[in-house]
Design a protein around this ligand. Sequence first.
Ligand code: ADP
Ligand code: MG
Length: 232
Amino acid sequence: MNKEEPTKSPVIEISQLSQFFRQGQTRLEILKNVSLKIRAGEMVGLVGPSGSGKSTLLHLAGLLERPSGGKIVYMGQDCELMTDNQRTKLRLNEIGFIYQFHHLLPEFSARDNVIMPQLIAGLPKIEAANRANQLLNMVGLSERGDHKPSQLSGGEKQRVAIVRSIANVPQLVLADEPTGNLDPLTSAQVFEQLRRVIKGGKLSALIATHNHQLAEQLDRSFKIEGGSLVEL
Ligand code: ADP
Ligand code: MG
């Protein structure tokens, strides 16, 4: 009889994923048979030059687009079989996004930006506000809750974006060059904060970055080369 193993099933399992774009007569093969498994608590880096397909892979993993081929399974559920509504719900509750340019709502305060996804997920306002305060505190922004994005520095905006991405306690955070727009020192600080937030919450993440030094701080890293994933 097999010894019983506490096998943690992967948070996301990407198998033989491909993405083609048609440009006139030519077919651009951006991703070819990409397979990747990310387990709970794991932080995975994605490097590669501009245009190599990092954002494409993150969009597919985030269920924002459907692939040309292959399969994505989230916590045992095959996403291909899901309706758009089911995908939207999964995205809202289980997937956090961080972009290169914060994507905060400019007319709302930092606190309200962190409250918003929680309200959409159905949390009562008071609970959402309490959690937003805790999260802002976690990244050293407890004094900045009332400030709008235009009143925050680039690094501060990204810190708000980081905690907003985990406001609904997702299983997976997808970050697309989250420090790509920051100076080297701020970039290193924000990256460290991102790492602490993800590890502290025992979440998993897939993080695209141009910066190999930052990627080295993660559990594993890959580059996309000629549409294929190569472990570094
Ligand atoms: P990266 O994030 O690594 O810079 P992207 O995933 O944004 O790369 O883009 C990879 C390639 O796919 C680029 O050549 C880009 O022009 C192309 N591409 C991305 N989205 C589309 C699309 N919707 N239609 C056509 N080409 C696209
Ligand atoms: Mg990109």
